[in-house]
Design a binder for this molecule. Structure first.
Ligand code: NAG
Ligand code: NAG
Ligand code: NAG
Ligand code: NAG
Ligand code: NAG
Ligand code: NAG
Ligand code: NAG
Length: 429
């Protein structure tokens, strides 16, 4: 029914009528121009699949969409598309999943597509994901899809998860995602996206935003902290500039954030200490400088705290070493020169890595000459904050347990699966 003719307006009309009037009026729209014309008015038993019988009208409408896309697939090393034959889409087609749509519990609709790891190649997803009226999820990790993300994907009323990770997409950040009202999960890591990440994405009500391993090149947007996401990965791009103080605005929501392997510079804002839900904060391998803010001692839930491979200096605050949930504090490859007894204990227990710094008496430190040169030249990387920023502790009662009464730390090996770190591998989460 409602075969797409040359006129896409007519087709849209058909879709609308189909959805709202259950096709009773569809015949009005019928304007046969295509080769499959001449069957007369549609009925549930003569849908677009010719004489195929589908379990629901909503399945019948997507049959042709799948067949059209099948023709566009240029590589299918696992023979996935061989299963895309006949009317039994819900049970027989690899990668397609049906469910009862939210608007009718007795109907059956195509609700999700999961092509993770199928290595399919196609020049575009246009005319595909945007033509499943009931689609909620599209997951396509590790394929060779390319082209642009269809802009009218935003018209799909139930759509909320888009995973295009590890494909061949390139060009600008996909603008079409801004229109998707209920989008909660956006994963475009491991593609060739370049240019800038529009500030708009940080006001979208997402829960997960993975943009690591692309070629984004820009100063981190100032409104970054307005994002309500729980998991956020900027890693392995070319972001520059300081971590914006607005990060503190994410205090109620941000659980894991990865800035590692970029070109971030400047001092750390004390507002990082406001992230009371954070379990992972990783800004390793950047050009961050200045002292470590004492405010980090407010990160009561932090387990993984990484600033290795930067230009940080001064003392490692004892209050940070007292954090009760810390499993891994990685400060290696910086220019710290002072530690106290609590931090020393953490070094001894393997939680704190301070190799390649400038601390007298610790093994595997930088040479005295290297440390001297750094101290001479460190003013080349000026700190943008006044000195009191370093010692400001913005939480009421920082979690320093009284010495000798420390909670037993979870064992090092007891590392649970962390979603943001899993996103650093190319493959599915
Ligand atoms: C049907 O399609 C033809 C050719 O595309 C067009 O000339 C004609 O106006 C259409 N008829 C209606 C009722 O839309
Ligand atoms: C459709 O019907 C024709 C003639 O009845 C038959 O030859 C053909 O195999 C049918 N096609 C399918 C896909 O069932
Ligand atoms: C719900 O879907 C079923 C199966 O497609 C259909 O028969 C029924 O008319 C629909 N009900 C409503 C209220 O749209
Ligand atoms: C994409 O295609 C290239 C060249 O055919 C191939 O080497 C690569 O493994 C493919 N990637 C995926 C994820 O399938
Ligand atoms: C989006 O556009 C394509 C091609 O113009 C069309 O086939 C499709 O039905 C549209 N999807 C929606 C949800 O409007
Ligand atoms: C952080 O949130 C406050 C209050 O909502 C707002 O006034 C401020 O502009 C936000 N900061 C940034 C940098 O967006
Ligand atoms: C601690 O974190 C650093 C930086 O992420 C990592 O390289 C190291 O392997 C971790 N150590 C342990 C014991 O997990």
């Amino acid at each position: 029914m409602c075969q797409m003719g040359n006129n896409s307006l007519l087709f849209k009309c058909c879709i609308t009528l189909f959805i709202f009037f259950h096709c009773l009026l569809c015949v009005i729209c019928q304007n046969c121009t295509g080769p499959s014309c001449g069957r007369g008015a549609p009925s549930p038993t003569s849908p677009p699949g010719g004489n195929l019988t589908f379990e629901d009208r909503r399945i019948a409408v997507v049959y042709q969409v799948i067949q059209d896309f099948k023709k566009k697939i240029t590589e299918d090393p696992q023979g996935i598309t061989k299963t895309w034959v006949g009317p039994n889409i819900c049970k027989g087609y690899t990668g397609f999943y049906c469910d009862n749509p939210p608007d009718n519990a007795s109907a059956v609709a195509l609700a999700s597509i999961d092509f993770n790891g199928y290595n399919l190649a196609a020049p575009t997803l246009e005319g595909f994901i945007d033509r499943f009226p009931d689609l909620a999820l599209f997951h396509a990790n590790s394929n060779n899809f390319t082209g642009i993300i269809p802009s009218n994907i935003s018209k799909l009323p139930y759509f909320y998860e888009l995973d295009l990770s590890n494909n061949d997409f390139s060009g600008e950040f996909p603008q079409s995602v801004f229109g998707i009202k209920d989008l909660a999960f956006l994963d475009i890591r491991f593609n060739g996206f370049s240019g800038t990440v529009p500030a708009q994405i940080f006001v979208q009500p997402l829960e997960v935003l993975f943009i690591n391993n692309n070629k984004f090149l820009q100063k981190l947007p100032d409104n970054l902290g307005n994002t309500p996401v729980f998991y956020l990965t900027f890693a392995n791009n070319r972001f520059t500039g300081p971590i914006p103080p607005s990060i503190g605005n994410a205090s109620e929501t941000l659980i894991e954030v990865l800035f590692l392997n970029n070109k971030l510079s400047g001092c750390l804002p004390y507002e990082i200490g406001l992230l009371k839900e954070a379990t992972v904060f990783d800004a390793g391998n950047n050009l961050l400088t200045g002292p470590l803010p004492f405010s980090l001692s407010c990160l009561e839930k932090i387990e993984q705290l990484n600033f290795a491979g930067n230009l940080l200096y001064g003392q490692v605050p004892e209050v940070v070493c007292e954090l009760g949930s810390l499993l891994n504090l990685s400060l290696s490859d910086n220019y710290f020169s002072i530690i106290g007894p609590t931090c020393k204990k953490l070094v001894d227990s393997g939680v704190l890595d301070l190799r390649k710094n400038c601390i007298h008496g610790l093994p595997e430190q930088r040479s005295a000459t290297e440390c001297w040169w750094f101290s001479m030249y460190r003013n080349h990387w000026p700190c943008q904050y006044p000195p009191w920023y370093t010692t400001c502790i913005p939480c009421k009662a920082p979690s320093h347990p009284v010495h000798g009464h420390q909670h037993p730390r979870p064992k090092l090996g007891s590392k649970r699966k962390l979603l943001s770190y899993a996103a650093l591998s190319r493959h599915g989460l």
